[in-house]
Design a protein around this ligand. Structure first.
Ligand code: SAH
Length: 397
């Protein structure tokens, strides 16, 4: 929903200012049309329906994986493709992975998005509309019944925006947001930050919102100065400059050492632990010495000292992820590494990369943990529908 256009449209109809908040309140709670906004005059609902598209995005396709992951492919009004993923977890977390751009101007060699054409930055409304779509998918049953015209089944009209208690909580099902869909959020930071101001109305607080970057230093610096508790994630993928430049050409412009310095400065300012993302590629960046090099890079003055004598190797190779720091880690590292199993992005014959084995992933994780760096292995979700990390590359159908 384009909120600027909404305000203009309401003003044209001589409506008081509170109307925009009222409409937004309904949308944020998962209403699927103006028609459902029952405390608006009927004529106004009709006027809005004919003058203002309910969403700035058109849903083109939705794929569902059996792990509960849903991928939505949208087109902007001017025809540019983008994708968004909803991940559902058993503990009721609902995390959306949103796109900040249609395509991506950077060319990380292992990422599908980098291979499609870069179109443009998305607007704040286009970012928020991705989240609104999934709020509607997951919405409260009362909205669903209203949308189907099935008013009897769940006790009548949809909850009003003023509703409180259980109903309201259920109507805000999203809990987390990561800017890990298409694009580089730091290249579109104004719109990203504007969208982050809206997401709390959908239940996604800024503390539970993570901005992931290739290491675009001006963006990291700006985020450090930004007065909101947003989380920062950095895609590192290699601890050696030369290898990183090979995998991610942007490293020539912003070398890893400087990126890590910027991340430390971010931590000094904001006091929030930083996620380091590391895609494990067999024979490329998954060797034991490379894990130690990564640990050295991330251990430093600000992270505290980790005497080897205190550290103990982490659990055996079967271990998938560790909840929190290992014994000896003391929980004081400013970085936490997310090890990401590689997701194939092109046909096996043409793909220069292979994912690391479970055993090497576990060994890499254990090596980091033994040096006091907390490390988890990201569960791979949505692979069957090409919705996993790095697999987003939509073409408009
Ligand atoms: N441009 C930002 C946001 C995109 S995030 C960034 O790079 O951080 C997408 C995440 O998925 C990044 O950590 C990226 O490195 C990772 N990724 C990309 N391609 C992947 C692949 N084929 N398999 C697994 N992860 C991948």
């Amino acid at each position: 929903m384009d909120l600027e256009l909404l305000e203009q449209t309401l003003a044209r109809h001589g409506q008081p200012r509170f109307r925009a908040r009222q409409v937004w309140g309904w949308a944020a709670r998962g209403a699927a049309s103006y028609e459902q906004m029952t405390d608006l005059p009927a004529w106004l609902r009709e006027a809005l329906a004919s003058e203002l598209p309910f969403s700035s995005l058109q849903l083109q396709r939705e794929s569902r994986a059996c792990d509960g992951t849903i991928k939505a492919r949208f087109a902007t009004r001017d025809g540019h493709p983008l994708e968004t993923v909803l991940m559902r977890y058993r503990d009721r977390r609902r995390s959306i992975c949103v796109s900040s751009q249609s395509g991506c101007p950077l060319d990380c060699t292992f990422c599908a998005t980098g291979r499609m054409r870069f179109a443009r930055n998305l607007s704040a409304s286009e970012i928020v509309d991705q989240a609104l779509h999934f709020t509607r998918v997951e919405e409260h049953p009362r909205y669903r019944s209203a949308a189907r015209g099935d008013h009897g089944a769940h006790g009548g009209h949809p909850a009003t925006p003023r509703a409180s208690g259980q109903g309201e909580r259920a109507a805000r099902p999203l809990t987390h947001c990561v800017f890990m869909g298409m694009g580089e959020p730091m290249l579109n930071l104004d719109a990203v930050l504007a969208a982050c101001e809206r997401l709390p109305d959908l239940g996604v607080t800024q503390r539970r919102t993570t901005i992931s970057t290739v290491g675009w230093i001006p963006g990291i610096e700006r985020l450090a100065e930004h007065d909101r508790p947003l989380r920062l994630a950095i895609s590192v993928h290699a601890a050696e400059e030369a290898l990183r430049s090979q995998l991610m050409p942007v490293n020539d412009r912003f070398p890893l050492r400087d990126v890590i310095d910027a991340a430390r400065a971010f931590h000094a300012r904001r006091r929030r632990r930083i996620f380091v993302e590391y895609v494990l590629l067999a024979g490329v960046n998954d060797r034991y010495e490379q894990a130690l090099a990564l640990a050295r890079l991330l251990t430093g003055p600000a992270a505290g000292a980790y005497p080897a004598a205190r550290a103990r190797p982490a659990g055996g190779p079967g271990e998938r992820s560790a909840a929190g720091p290992r014994p000896g880690a003391r929980g004081s590292s400013i970085f936490k590494v997310n090890l990401i199993p590689y997701n194939a992005t092109i046909a096996a014959g043409a793909d220069p990369y292979r994912g690391s084995t479970r055993e090497s992933i576990a060994a890499f994780q254990a090596a980091l943990q033994s040096r006091g760096i907390p490390a988890t292995v990201r569960l791979t979700r949505g692979r069957a529908i090409n919705a996993a990390c790095g697999q987003l590359a939509a073409e408009v159908a």
